[in-house]
Design a protein around this ligand. Structure first.
Ligand SMILES: C[S@@+](CC[C@H](N)C(=O)[O-])C[C@H]1O[C@@H](n2cnc3c(N)ncnc32)[C@H](O)[C@@H]1O
Length: 457
């Protein structure tokens, strides 16, 4: 049994009353583990037909499955191919509640390491625009890696404070998710440091910070848009409390009833825990309890901004592609790609990106990725990026070289692949039909271009 903070246990006992014993008992149950299939790469049926893991469906997410810990899907080459994301099962409900639609503009304001962003990308089918922002400079790297592995082509990744972001995206997004930094009570079973860091003072501090983040988030939402707020804590101050303070400050928002395939398993919000009446709209927020189903604790509120007319002026981005980079990209694409991705090009020094439509002027914003990174101009030749490989399918390239699991493991370790292929030049290295990265072939030798920073030890 894990050792929980005494003040936390006393609080929970007071809140849960008769249910408290059941709640505490859930800490003795085995942790659950989930993976979520990447619909950008394959449909669930295709994935199940090749999956070597023993999987059980997660009831609230069609593409989510529990796996056995011994399966270690994070260490399988299919993970490196971006076929799935390892995610806490309860967390899979959040993007479902957000319901992003193709061609929309969506913001994930506190996105690292990318659980919700990869889910949103997967549901948007590489259309529209996903802005995935993370304030923390180290954590944003993991976010970029995860979205790249997923093959997301429509994601702009930024490393900013909500306040700075709000200045360039006024009334811009159709949907925003604030998966807020919180006291993490719901993750005590999985994350012992959350136990060490827990205190009542921290709960209060988190509640203040959450409202500050929401203050900025609401500015970026279009009239009629949807704002989803989520935490992985049980603390009423950070859940119903934060939402009550928000609604008080911004009466143009209302709580929307959540309808998902999870409905019968969902618990309602608890307005009475913050001194509100039982008929409060806060009852429409939802709580996920670890003693009611297989997963950790979560809270989600779906808010909608009233309809109206957006009055903010957006200055659109001026694309500045490096002409030579475009020229050499096109040469590369004619030689190696069946389907030549085109659209708005933009360059940062020699790097070429394919940028989603309708992007505002992002001057002053720290940009980590601006859409799909195609590659880099290097001394009169174009070197395709890893992101380009991960966003392609094997039928979009003129040549690919398929590996089995053993060879793929070698490739991911950065080792040379023995072959007697007659291919020459850039070849998409795949497992099944799913890309792992690039190889460059000459005289039957495949030079391994799997990025050094990602190589398996
Ligand atoms: C719960 S985590 C996000 C998890 C992520 N959405 C996912 O599904 O993988 C909260 C994030 O908020 C970030 N954060 C911390 N302080 C913040 C602030 N003041 N404004 C915005 N984000 C902040 C943290 O760095 C952290 O990555």
């Amino acid at each position: 049994m894990i050792k929980l903070p005494l003040d936390f246990m006393n609080r929970m006992q007071e809140l849960l009353g008769n249910e408290y014993d059941q709640f505490i008992e859930s800490y003795n149950r085995q942790q659950t583990h989930g993976l979520r299939v990447n619909l950008l790469k394959c449909d669930v049926k295709d994935f199940l037909s090749i999956s070597p893991f023993s999987l059980t469906p997660i009831p609230w997410c069609d593409e989510g499955y529990y796996y056995n810990e011994e399966d270690k899907p994070g260490k399988h080459p299919y993970h490196a191919a971006g076929l799935y994301y390892i995610q806490e099962p309860s967390a899979m409900v959040v993007a479902k509640i957000l319901e992003p639609k193709p061609y929309e503009k969506v913001l994930d304001l506190s996105a690292a390491p990318g659980g919700k962003s990869t889910h949103i990308a997967s549901l948007m089918g590489n259309t529209g625009l996903l802005v995935a922002n993370e304030i923390h400079p180290t954590r944003v790297k993991a976010l970029a890696e995860n979205l790249e592995r997923f093959g997301a082509r429509n994601a702009v990744i930024t490393n900013e404070s909500p306040n700075k972001l709000a200045k360039v995206f006024p009334e811009f997004f159709d949907r925003i998710i604030v998966d807020a930094p919180c006291s993490g009570e719901g993750m005590f079973r999985k994350n012992p440091t959350a136990i060490e860091d827990w205190s009542i003072e921290n709960v209060k501090y988190c509640a203040i910070r959450q409202l500050e983040i929401l203050d900025e988030a609401q500015k970026m939402l279009k009239p009629g848009g949807v704002l989803v707020y989520s935490t992985c804590t049980f603390a009423p101050e950070e859940n119903e409390g934060t939402i009550a303070n928000f609604l008080n400050k911004y009466p143009m928002f209302e709580v929307e009833q959540v309808t998902t395939q999870l409905n019968s398993l969902l618990d309602e919000g608890q307005p009475k825990w913050i001194g509100h009446s039982e008929d409060s709209p806060l009852k429409k927020t939802i709580r996920l309890w670890p003693h009611h189903f297989q997963g950790e604790g979560h809270f989600v509120a779906k808010l909608r901004k009233k309809e109206g007319i957006a009055t903010s002026k957006i200055k659109l981005m001026k694309f500045k592609p490096l002409a030579e980079a475009v020229e050499y990209y096109q040469k590369f694409a004619n030689e190696y790609l069946e389907d030549i991705p085109s659209g708005h090009f933009h360059s940062f020094s020699e790097h070429l990106y394919l940028v989603p439509d309708q992007l505002p002027d992002l001057r002053g914003i720290k940009i980590v990725r601006l859409g799909w990174h195609l590659g880099e101009l290097k001394k009169k030749r174009f070197e395709p990026s890893h992101a380009l490989a991960m966003g392609l399918t094997n039928d979009q390239v003129k040549q690919y070289y398929d590996l089995d699991v053993k060879q793929a493991t070698k490739y991911l370790r950065g080792e040379a692949i023995q072959s007697d292929t007659s291919q020459t030049g850039w070849s998409l290295i795949t497992i099944g039909k799913y890309p792992l990265g690039w190889g460059k072939i000459s005289n039957g030798q495949i030079k391994n271009h799997y990025p050094k920073g990602l190589r398996w030890k």
